[in-house]
Ligand binder design. Structure first.
Ligand code: COA
Length: 337
Protein backbone atom coordinates (compact mmCIF):
# COMPACT_ATOMS: atom_id res chain seq x y z
CA UNK A 1 0.00 0.00 0.00
CA UNK A 2 1.45 3.40 -0.91
CA UNK A 3 1.57 5.73 2.07
CA UNK A 4 2.04 9.48 2.23
CA UNK A 5 3.77 9.25 5.59
CA UNK A 6 4.65 6.07 7.46
CA UNK A 7 3.42 5.24 10.94
CA UNK A 8 5.47 4.05 13.91
CA UNK A 9 3.92 2.50 17.02
CA UNK A 10 6.36 3.60 19.68
CA UNK A 11 4.78 3.31 23.12
CA UNK A 12 2.12 1.52 25.12
CA UNK A 13 0.53 1.79 28.54
CA UNK A 14 -2.27 0.26 30.56
CA UNK A 15 -4.20 0.81 33.78
CA UNK A 16 -6.82 -1.41 35.37
CA UNK A 17 -8.94 -1.15 38.51
CA UNK A 18 -7.29 -2.96 41.42
CA UNK A 19 -10.37 -4.98 42.42
CA UNK A 20 -10.23 -8.55 41.05
CA UNK A 21 -13.53 -10.45 40.88
CA UNK A 22 -13.29 -14.20 40.31
CA UNK A 23 -15.95 -16.44 38.80
CA UNK A 24 -16.49 -17.98 42.23
CA UNK A 25 -17.23 -14.53 43.64
CA UNK A 26 -19.87 -13.97 40.93
CA UNK A 27 -21.58 -17.19 41.94
CA UNK A 28 -22.17 -15.68 45.40
CA UNK A 29 -25.21 -13.90 43.94
CA UNK A 30 -25.64 -15.32 40.41
CA UNK A 31 -26.78 -18.77 39.31
CA UNK A 32 -23.47 -19.51 37.58
CA UNK A 33 -20.24 -21.40 38.22
CA UNK A 34 -16.51 -21.12 37.63
CA UNK A 35 -16.71 -24.25 35.49
CA UNK A 36 -19.47 -22.85 33.21
CA UNK A 37 -17.75 -19.51 32.67
CA UNK A 38 -14.26 -20.97 32.14
CA UNK A 39 -15.37 -23.70 29.76
CA UNK A 40 -17.59 -21.41 27.62
CA UNK A 41 -15.39 -18.30 27.60
CA UNK A 42 -11.91 -18.90 29.05
CA UNK A 43 -12.53 -16.15 31.62
CA UNK A 44 -11.41 -16.83 35.20
CA UNK A 45 -11.50 -13.32 36.65
CA UNK A 46 -12.01 -9.69 35.70
CA UNK A 47 -11.20 -6.27 37.13
CA UNK A 48 -14.19 -4.27 38.32
CA UNK A 49 -14.16 -0.52 38.90
CA UNK A 50 -15.23 0.55 42.37
CA UNK A 51 -16.90 3.88 42.99
CA UNK A 52 -13.42 5.38 43.54
CA UNK A 53 -12.18 4.42 40.06
CA UNK A 54 -12.79 6.50 36.98
CA UNK A 55 -12.49 5.88 33.26
CA UNK A 56 -10.89 9.27 32.79
CA UNK A 57 -8.25 8.61 35.43
CA UNK A 58 -7.42 5.08 34.19
CA UNK A 59 -7.26 6.39 30.60
CA UNK A 60 -4.94 9.20 31.69
CA UNK A 61 -2.60 6.78 33.50
CA UNK A 62 -2.45 4.50 30.46
CA UNK A 63 -1.87 7.43 28.09
CA UNK A 64 0.85 8.88 30.36
CA UNK A 65 2.71 5.57 30.31
CA UNK A 66 2.47 5.30 26.51
CA UNK A 67 3.71 8.88 26.16
CA UNK A 68 6.70 8.19 28.45
CA UNK A 69 7.57 4.97 26.63
CA UNK A 70 7.53 6.88 23.35
CA UNK A 71 9.82 9.51 24.86
CA UNK A 72 7.55 12.49 24.11
CA UNK A 73 6.83 15.60 26.13
CA UNK A 74 3.11 16.22 26.77
CA UNK A 75 3.20 19.44 24.73
CA UNK A 76 4.36 17.46 21.68
CA UNK A 77 1.11 15.47 21.44
CA UNK A 78 -1.08 16.65 18.53
CA UNK A 79 -4.13 14.42 18.98
CA UNK A 80 -5.67 12.23 21.69
CA UNK A 81 -8.31 9.80 20.44
CA UNK A 82 -10.24 8.01 23.17
CA UNK A 83 -12.18 4.96 22.01
CA UNK A 84 -14.91 4.28 24.55
CA UNK A 85 -18.59 3.38 24.82
CA UNK A 86 -18.73 4.27 28.50
CA UNK A 87 -17.53 7.87 28.77
CA UNK A 88 -18.02 9.71 32.03
CA UNK A 89 -19.32 12.67 30.09
CA UNK A 90 -21.47 12.12 27.00
CA UNK A 91 -19.91 15.27 25.57
CA UNK A 92 -16.62 13.39 25.61
CA UNK A 93 -14.08 12.11 28.13
CA UNK A 94 -10.99 12.68 25.97
CA UNK A 95 -10.56 16.35 27.01
CA UNK A 96 -10.20 15.15 30.63
CA UNK A 97 -7.29 12.95 29.49
CA UNK A 98 -5.74 15.92 27.69
CA UNK A 99 -6.00 18.03 30.84
CA UNK A 100 -4.53 15.29 33.07
CA UNK A 101 -1.55 14.87 30.74
CA UNK A 102 -1.01 18.60 30.29
CA UNK A 103 -1.06 18.01 26.53
CA UNK A 104 -1.78 21.67 25.90
CA UNK A 105 -1.22 21.58 22.12
CA UNK A 106 -3.38 18.52 21.44
CA UNK A 107 -6.96 18.23 20.31
CA UNK A 108 -8.82 15.43 22.12
CA UNK A 109 -12.06 13.71 21.27
CA UNK A 110 -13.93 10.42 21.74
CA UNK A 111 -14.66 7.75 19.16
CA UNK A 112 -17.44 5.22 19.73
CA UNK A 113 -17.36 1.85 18.02
CA UNK A 114 -17.84 -0.57 20.93
CA UNK A 115 -15.31 -3.43 20.95
CA UNK A 116 -13.98 -2.36 17.52
CA UNK A 117 -13.33 1.10 18.94
CA UNK A 118 -9.59 0.83 19.55
CA UNK A 119 -8.85 -0.63 16.13
CA UNK A 120 -11.05 1.97 14.42
CA UNK A 121 -9.36 4.73 16.44
CA UNK A 122 -5.89 3.43 15.56
CA UNK A 123 -6.78 3.41 11.86
CA UNK A 124 -8.41 6.86 12.14
CA UNK A 125 -5.38 8.28 13.95
CA UNK A 126 -3.11 6.94 11.21
CA UNK A 127 -4.98 9.03 8.62
CA UNK A 128 -4.12 12.24 10.51
CA UNK A 129 -0.46 11.25 10.50
CA UNK A 130 -0.43 10.15 6.85
CA UNK A 131 -2.02 13.41 5.75
CA UNK A 132 0.60 15.42 7.63
CA UNK A 133 -2.02 16.99 9.92
CA UNK A 134 -0.48 15.41 13.05
CA UNK A 135 2.90 13.97 14.03
CA UNK A 136 2.21 12.43 17.43
CA UNK A 137 -1.05 10.80 18.47
CA UNK A 138 -2.15 8.95 21.60
CA UNK A 139 -4.82 6.34 20.94
CA UNK A 140 -6.60 5.16 24.08
CA UNK A 141 -9.10 2.30 24.40
CA UNK A 142 -11.05 2.31 27.65
CA UNK A 143 -14.32 0.96 28.98
CA UNK A 144 -15.94 0.41 32.35
CA UNK A 145 -18.79 -1.80 31.17
CA UNK A 146 -19.30 -3.09 34.72
CA UNK A 147 -21.30 0.12 35.18
CA UNK A 148 -23.59 -0.79 32.27
CA UNK A 149 -24.30 -4.49 32.66
CA UNK A 150 -27.28 -5.95 34.46
CA UNK A 151 -25.54 -7.76 37.35
CA UNK A 152 -28.52 -10.14 37.58
CA UNK A 153 -28.23 -11.21 33.90
CA UNK A 154 -25.82 -14.16 33.92
CA UNK A 155 -25.84 -14.34 30.09
CA UNK A 156 -23.98 -11.03 29.83
CA UNK A 157 -22.45 -9.80 33.09
CA UNK A 158 -19.96 -12.67 33.48
CA UNK A 159 -18.28 -11.72 30.19
CA UNK A 160 -17.18 -8.15 30.82
CA UNK A 161 -14.46 -6.42 32.81
CA UNK A 162 -12.99 -2.93 33.12
CA UNK A 163 -9.74 -1.45 31.86
CA UNK A 164 -7.88 1.19 29.90
CA UNK A 165 -4.84 1.02 27.65
CA UNK A 166 -3.07 3.24 25.15
CA UNK A 167 -0.68 3.29 22.24
CA UNK A 168 1.59 6.10 21.07
CA UNK A 169 1.72 6.51 17.30
CA UNK A 170 3.99 8.88 15.39
CA UNK A 171 5.15 9.79 11.90
CA UNK A 172 7.94 7.43 10.84
CA UNK A 173 11.02 8.03 8.74
CA UNK A 174 10.67 7.09 5.07
CA UNK A 175 10.65 3.38 4.36
CA UNK A 176 8.98 2.32 7.63
CA UNK A 177 5.33 1.63 8.17
CA UNK A 178 3.76 0.22 11.30
CA UNK A 179 0.24 0.07 9.81
CA UNK A 180 0.62 -1.98 6.64
CA UNK A 181 -2.99 -2.62 5.66
CA UNK A 182 -6.44 -2.27 7.20
CA UNK A 183 -10.15 -3.01 6.74
CA UNK A 184 -13.14 -1.59 8.63
CA UNK A 185 -16.73 -2.82 8.38
CA UNK A 186 -20.13 -2.26 9.99
CA UNK A 187 -23.53 -3.85 9.43
CA UNK A 188 -26.15 -1.64 11.04
CA UNK A 189 -28.93 -4.04 10.09
CA UNK A 190 -27.65 -6.36 12.81
CA UNK A 191 -27.21 -3.66 15.47
CA UNK A 192 -29.90 -5.29 17.64
CA UNK A 193 -27.58 -8.25 18.44
CA UNK A 194 -25.67 -6.25 21.04
CA UNK A 195 -26.97 -3.01 22.48
CA UNK A 196 -26.74 -0.50 25.29
CA UNK A 197 -29.84 1.26 24.05
CA UNK A 198 -31.10 4.74 24.74
CA UNK A 199 -34.05 4.89 27.11
CA UNK A 200 -36.30 7.89 27.39
CA UNK A 201 -38.26 8.64 30.55
CA UNK A 202 -41.21 10.92 29.73
CA UNK A 203 -41.30 14.20 31.59
CA UNK A 204 -44.18 16.64 31.48
CA UNK A 205 -42.86 20.20 31.51
CA UNK A 206 -46.30 21.76 31.24
CA UNK A 207 -49.67 20.82 29.77
CA UNK A 208 -48.56 21.26 26.16
CA UNK A 209 -44.92 20.14 26.39
CA UNK A 210 -44.15 16.49 27.02
CA UNK A 211 -40.39 16.08 26.73
CA UNK A 212 -38.12 13.16 27.60
CA UNK A 213 -35.20 12.58 29.95
CA UNK A 214 -32.38 10.45 28.53
CA UNK A 215 -30.73 7.39 29.97
CA UNK A 216 -29.51 3.97 28.87
CA UNK A 217 -30.66 0.40 29.29
CA UNK A 218 -28.10 -2.19 30.44
CA UNK A 219 -26.22 -4.28 27.87
CA UNK A 220 -28.42 -6.77 26.00
CA UNK A 221 -26.94 -9.42 23.75
CA UNK A 222 -27.84 -12.36 21.54
CA UNK A 223 -24.74 -14.35 22.46
CA UNK A 224 -25.07 -17.05 19.84
CA UNK A 225 -25.58 -14.55 16.99
CA UNK A 226 -22.56 -12.53 18.10
CA UNK A 227 -20.49 -15.70 18.36
CA UNK A 228 -21.45 -16.83 14.84
CA UNK A 229 -20.78 -13.35 13.45
CA UNK A 230 -17.30 -13.25 14.98
CA UNK A 231 -16.12 -16.67 13.84
CA UNK A 232 -17.44 -16.04 10.31
CA UNK A 233 -16.35 -12.45 9.68
CA UNK A 234 -13.07 -12.08 11.60
CA UNK A 235 -11.11 -14.66 9.55
CA UNK A 236 -12.34 -12.95 6.35
CA UNK A 237 -11.02 -9.49 7.25
CA UNK A 238 -7.76 -10.93 8.54
CA UNK A 239 -7.28 -12.81 5.28
CA UNK A 240 -8.07 -9.60 3.42
CA UNK A 241 -5.39 -7.54 5.22
CA UNK A 242 -2.83 -10.29 4.67
CA UNK A 243 -3.67 -10.47 0.96
CA UNK A 244 -3.53 -6.68 0.61
CA UNK A 245 -0.01 -6.76 2.06
CA UNK A 246 1.03 -9.74 -0.08
CA UNK A 247 1.82 -11.72 3.08
CA UNK A 248 0.71 -15.07 4.47
CA UNK A 249 -0.40 -16.14 7.94
CA UNK A 250 2.90 -18.06 8.37
CA UNK A 251 4.75 -14.74 8.29
CA UNK A 252 2.90 -13.38 11.31
CA UNK A 253 4.63 -13.14 14.65
CA UNK A 254 1.38 -12.64 16.57
CA UNK A 255 -2.39 -12.79 16.26
CA UNK A 256 -3.88 -10.08 18.49
CA UNK A 257 -7.67 -10.33 18.52
CA UNK A 258 -10.28 -8.52 20.56
CA UNK A 259 -10.44 -10.59 23.74
CA UNK A 260 -14.10 -11.66 23.86
CA UNK A 261 -14.03 -15.43 24.17
CA UNK A 262 -11.25 -18.05 24.13
CA UNK A 263 -13.29 -20.22 21.77
CA UNK A 264 -13.55 -17.35 19.27
CA UNK A 265 -9.76 -16.86 19.44
CA UNK A 266 -9.14 -20.57 18.84
CA UNK A 267 -11.62 -20.81 15.99
CA UNK A 268 -10.23 -17.75 14.16
CA UNK A 269 -6.64 -18.96 14.63
CA UNK A 270 -7.54 -22.37 13.31
CA UNK A 271 -9.26 -20.95 10.22
CA UNK A 272 -6.20 -18.83 9.47
CA UNK A 273 -3.75 -21.63 10.24
CA UNK A 274 -2.01 -19.68 13.03
CA UNK A 275 -0.55 -21.94 15.77
CA UNK A 276 -1.87 -21.46 19.32
CA UNK A 277 1.59 -20.28 20.50
CA UNK A 278 1.20 -17.15 18.38
CA UNK A 279 -2.27 -16.26 19.68
CA UNK A 280 -2.11 -13.59 22.38
CA UNK A 281 -4.63 -14.00 25.16
CA UNK A 282 -5.18 -12.50 28.60
CA UNK A 283 -8.90 -13.25 28.72
CA UNK A 284 -8.44 -15.42 31.78
CA UNK A 285 -7.44 -12.42 33.91
CA UNK A 286 -9.45 -9.55 32.43
CA UNK A 287 -12.51 -10.85 30.53
CA UNK A 288 -13.85 -8.61 27.77
CA UNK A 289 -12.80 -5.02 28.49
CA UNK A 290 -14.38 -3.83 25.21
CA UNK A 291 -12.32 -1.03 23.60
CA UNK A 292 -9.42 -1.77 25.97
CA UNK A 293 -8.76 -5.43 25.14
CA UNK A 294 -6.40 -5.00 22.18
CA UNK A 295 -4.10 -2.31 23.65
CA UNK A 296 -4.18 -4.02 27.07
CA UNK A 297 -2.97 -7.27 25.55
CA UNK A 298 -0.49 -5.43 23.36
CA UNK A 299 0.98 -3.59 26.34
CA UNK A 300 1.34 -6.77 28.39
CA UNK A 301 3.08 -8.53 25.50
CA UNK A 302 5.41 -5.56 24.90
CA UNK A 303 6.29 -5.37 28.61
CA UNK A 304 6.98 -9.11 28.70
CA UNK A 305 9.16 -8.66 25.58
CA UNK A 306 7.04 -11.16 23.72
CA UNK A 307 6.16 -8.49 21.13
CA UNK A 308 9.50 -6.99 20.05
CA UNK A 309 10.40 -4.19 17.63
CA UNK A 310 9.83 -5.25 14.05
CA UNK A 311 7.30 -7.98 14.92
CA UNK A 312 4.40 -8.40 12.51
CA UNK A 313 1.00 -8.50 14.22
CA UNK A 314 -2.41 -9.20 12.70
CA UNK A 315 -5.10 -7.58 14.82
CA UNK A 316 -8.89 -7.68 14.62
CA UNK A 317 -11.60 -5.95 16.61
CA UNK A 318 -15.28 -6.88 16.50
CA UNK A 319 -18.45 -6.21 18.40
CA UNK A 320 -21.58 -4.13 18.66
CA UNK A 321 -22.72 -2.22 15.60
CA UNK A 322 -22.20 -4.80 14.37
CA UNK A 323 -18.71 -3.57 13.67
CA UNK A 324 -15.47 -5.31 12.83
CA UNK A 325 -12.14 -4.69 11.22
CA UNK A 326 -8.55 -5.78 10.93
CA UNK A 327 -5.11 -4.26 10.59
CA UNK A 328 -1.63 -5.56 9.95
CA UNK A 329 0.78 -3.85 12.33
CA UNK A 330 4.54 -3.73 12.77
CA UNK A 331 5.58 -2.85 16.30
CA UNK A 332 8.24 -0.32 17.21
CA UNK A 333 10.42 2.24 15.49
CA UNK A 334 12.96 1.47 12.78
CA UNK A 335 16.09 2.27 14.82
CA UNK A 336 15.04 -0.21 17.53
CA UNK A 337 14.74 -3.35 15.35
N1 COA B 1 -23.76 -19.45 33.98
C1 COA B 1 -24.45 -20.58 33.90
N2 COA B 1 -25.32 -20.85 32.91
C2 COA B 1 -25.49 -19.92 31.97
C3 COA B 1 -24.80 -18.69 32.00
C4 COA B 1 -23.91 -18.48 33.07
N3 COA B 1 -23.19 -17.34 33.19
N4 COA B 1 -25.17 -17.96 30.92
C5 COA B 1 -26.05 -18.69 30.24
N5 COA B 1 -26.26 -19.88 30.86
C6 COA B 1 -27.14 -20.97 30.47
C7 COA B 1 -28.28 -20.51 29.61
O1 COA B 1 -29.34 -20.02 30.38
C8 COA B 1 -28.62 -21.79 28.89
O2 COA B 1 -29.40 -22.59 29.75
P1 COA B 1 -30.69 -23.37 29.20
O3 COA B 1 -30.15 -24.29 28.13
O4 COA B 1 -31.20 -24.04 30.41
O5 COA B 1 -31.57 -22.30 28.65
C9 COA B 1 -27.28 -22.49 28.71
O6 COA B 1 -26.41 -21.89 29.67
C10 COA B 1 -26.69 -22.35 27.32
O7 COA B 1 -26.80 -20.99 26.94
P2 COA B 1 -26.26 -20.50 25.57
O8 COA B 1 -26.56 -19.03 25.44
O9 COA B 1 -26.73 -21.42 24.49
O10 COA B 1 -24.70 -20.71 25.77
P3 COA B 1 -23.57 -20.59 24.72
O11 COA B 1 -22.86 -21.88 24.59
O12 COA B 1 -24.02 -19.91 23.45
O13 COA B 1 -22.57 -19.60 25.45
C11 COA B 1 -21.90 -17.31 25.42
C12 COA B 1 -22.99 -18.28 25.76
C13 COA B 1 -22.37 -15.91 25.78
C14 COA B 1 -20.65 -17.65 26.24
C15 COA B 1 -21.55 -17.41 23.91
O14 COA B 1 -22.74 -17.35 23.15
C16 COA B 1 -20.63 -16.34 23.47
O15 COA B 1 -19.50 -16.26 23.90
N6 COA B 1 -21.09 -15.47 22.55
C17 COA B 1 -20.29 -14.34 22.11
C18 COA B 1 -20.48 -13.23 23.10
C19 COA B 1 -19.46 -12.18 22.99
O16 COA B 1 -18.29 -12.44 22.86
N7 COA B 1 -19.91 -10.94 23.07
C20 COA B 1 -19.08 -9.79 23.03
C21 COA B 1 -18.66 -9.53 21.64
S1 COA B 1 -17.73 -8.10 21.57
Amino acid sequence: MSAAVGIALTGSGAASPARVVTNDELSLWLDTSDDWIRSRTGIAARRIATADDSLESLSSQAAQQALEQAGWRPDQVDLILLATSSPEDLFGSAPAVQAALGASNAVAFDLTAACSGFLFALITAAQYIRSGACRRVLVVGADLLSRWVDWQDRRTCVLFGDGAAAVAMEAAPEGWDGLLTMVMRTDGRRRGCLTMAHQVTPQVLHDHLHAGFGGFRPIAMDGQEVYKFAVQQVPLVLTQVLEQAGLTAEQLDWLLLHQANERILASVAQRLGVPAAKVLSNLGSYGNTSAATIPLMLHEAVEAQRIRPGHLIASSGFGAGLSWGAALLRWGRPDAT
